[in-house]
Ligand binder design. Structure first.
Ligand SMILES: [Zn+2]
Length: 302
């Protein structure tokens, strides 16, 4: 039986009370305050857990501070914590653009500052990363590695969104060692990237972030999530990848504690579809966190 890894992620955004009008216009996601954030994060983790799956939470520096106790307690219960960053949302800083717009030295500077805030709250430096909008350029992986990161979920294969410096057309689609010269191909570094899982049979001219690309399990959106899961699993059956991984994403502004909330219902539909289609295709869905998956990929190729 073929194993299908299931990586359930959440980008935990700065509360609206902490971002400037400019930042809110660059990215509208995010809870009203850290109470709403807590309800969303907790509801997501608990719903995933009720289906037997662990979670990976990428926290923006302000969320690491604002939801510190919650995050540390979820980590004790098995969640993997990472860093999330939209430079313009970073409190008390003056960055204007998405990460991929910056040079290597500028990325090093903003990431280092974000790491310090994150570490001051959570007691250790972050080792896993995802940028806002999946923004990155060819320097990003190397900079992260130099700063001590072990891996991340940085890419959204097929996405074309130059206004947010997020272009992943032609990118490697399965978990892999990053290439430090060119972000779209496999390399031989010790930094592991786990792409989100695109439904390449379901192209979109304009997705939820305004991108050209493919439907993917971005939970809050009105995509047909059942068909997305089926499309992704059929690709795994054809490609027989070493680490076929279904990677979902969402934000901490959806009330996953409410069984009637559309995002909660989409999450349950995704998890139920996974179980159903895996059974049909003789696959075994195995929940995993990003740190554990990066270790597997590192060891596999060593
Ligand atoms: Zn974000």
């Amino acid at each position: 039986m073929r194993t299908v890894y299931v990586l359930l992620t959440m980008d935990c955004e700065t509360a609206k009370s902490d971002v400037t009008p400019y930042a809110a216009q660059m990215s509208g996601s995010g809870p009203i305050d850290y109470r709403e954030s807590e309800r969303s994060i907790r509801g997501y983790v608990e719903t995933a857990k009720s289906y037997g799956f662990p979670t990976t939470l990428f926290a923006h520096p302000e969320v690491a501070v604002g939801n510190m106790e919650l995050l540390l307690s979820l980590e004790k219960q098995g969640a993997c914590l990472g860093l999330h960053l939209h430079p313009y949302k970073f409190k008390s800083q003056n960055y204007e653009y998405d990460l991929g717009a910056y040079s290597a030295s500028e990325q090093r500077e903003v990431l280092h500052r974000a790491m310090q805030v994150w570490e001051s709250a959570l007691g250790k430096p972050p080792e896993y990363f995802r940028a806002g909008y999946f923004s990155a350029n060819d320097s990003t992986y190397h900079v992260l590695h130099e700063l001590g990161f072990r891996g991340g979920s940085l890419s959204n294969p097929g996405r074309i969104l130059p206004s947010h410096c997020s272009v992943w057309a032609g990118a490697e689609v399965y978990p892999h060692r990053a290439h430090f010269g060119f972000r779209l191909i496999k390399g031989d570094s010790d930094f592991i990237n786990v792409p989100v899982s695109g439904a390449f049979g379901r192209p979109v001219a304009r997705g939820h972030a305004g991108e050209q690309g493919y439907e993917w399990p971005y939970i809050p959106h009105t995509y047909d999530h059942r068909k997305i899961i089926q499309d992704v699993l059929r690709r795994f059956a054809d490609d027989e990848p070493r680490f076929g991984t279904v990677v979902t994403d969402t934000h901490n502004d959806q009330d996953y504690s409410d069984p009637e909330h559309p995002a909660r219902q989409n999450l349950e539909l995704i998890l139920q579809s996974l179980q159903e289609f895996c059974k049909e295709m003789d696959m075994l869905p195995v929940g995993i966190t990003l740190d554990a998956l990066c270790e597997l990929v590192l060891k596999d190729e060593a």
